[in-house]
Ligand binder design. Structure first.
Ligand code: SF4
Length: 261
């Protein structure tokens, strides 16, 4: 049972992730990162779509160094659709996987021209049908540009932090998104993802999370803060000794994947 004052969601069946104080996590993230937003520079849906495609296996900061020249040269879908592949490869070279990304940009632009009169559709299925666009990218576009909350953006930070916070036991992004959609109130889907991404970039690092500086530490089952006991995961305490779910992100509060300080 949840502790008084902790609003919990989930944990409806033995296979569900443990109950965690979702509302408290949202509240603390909101207080810590009130201005969190997508960090890819853009002025419209087309630019954000290009930038999001380029951000795969890269960083927003690096993508932001490439896109000003890209958008100046090819400002819209019609211009980009006519771009020579080799010129496009050269333009996006520094973001990595440049051949594949140039192919995706060209395919996406041509599909926009052919299917959507050059405009970016505000529709999940139509977006996901574009070359180089999967659900994560579609969620970014729908939420950031069109203000439509149809899902939760699950990038590497959201995936990692959701596991550490006990919000999911899954590793597949689609399943993680499903868990988060079930646990979070809909109005939190977008701000939660933006804030979790900021938290992952600035505090809960992949290799050495700064748990000692983390506002979520009191409720994080993975926190590496000496002497503390997580407020969250009461279900885990009840289930202690069951001996299952020893894999990453599964079962009782896992040993933090962090170095001792
Ligand atoms: S307490 Fe540590 S592991 Fe948990 S969210 Fe904060 S930084 Fe990440």
């Amino acid at each position: 049972m949840a502790r008084p004052g902790n609003t919990t969601r989930g944990a409806k069946s033995p296979s569900s992730p443990p109950a965690v104080p979702v509302d408290a996590i949202c509240e603390r993230l909101g207080a810590r990162w009130p201005d969190a937003r997508c960090e890819l520079d853009h002025t419209n849906a087309f630019e954000l779509l290009c930038a999001t495609i380029l951000a795969a296996q890269s960083t927003d900061r690096l993508v932001n160094t490439v896109t000003p020249a890209l958008f100046k040269h090819w400002p819209d879908a019609r211009a980009l659709a006519a771009a020579p592949q080799d010129e496009l490869e050269h333009a996006v070279h520094s973001t990595g996987f440049f051949r594949m990304k140039a192919r995706h940009l060209l395919g996406m632009a041509r599909a926009l021209v052919e299917r959507h009169d050059g405009e970016v559709p505000a529709d999940m299925d139509a977006l996901c049908a574009l070359p180089g666009v999967a659900r994560k990218t579609a969620n970014v576009i729908l939420g950031t540009v069109f203000g439509k909350d149809e899902g939760v953006v699950v990038d590497t930070h959201v995936a990692r932090l959701s596991q550490r916070l006990g919000l999911t036991r899954e590793t597949d992004p689609a399943k993680i998104e499903k868990d988060l959609m079930a646990r979070l109130p809909k109005e939190q889907w977008r701000p939660f993802a933006d804030r979790l991404i900021w938290h992952g970039r600035r505090v809960c690092f992949a290799k050495q999370p700064a748990c000692g500086l983390c506002d979520l530490a009191p409720m994080c089952p993975s926190a590496d803060v000496p002497g503390r006991v997580a407020e969250a995961a009461p279900e885990e305490k009840k289930g202690k000794g069951k001996g299952k779910g020893k894999g990453k992100g599964k079962g009782k509060a896992k040993k933090p994947a962090v170095k001792k300080r």
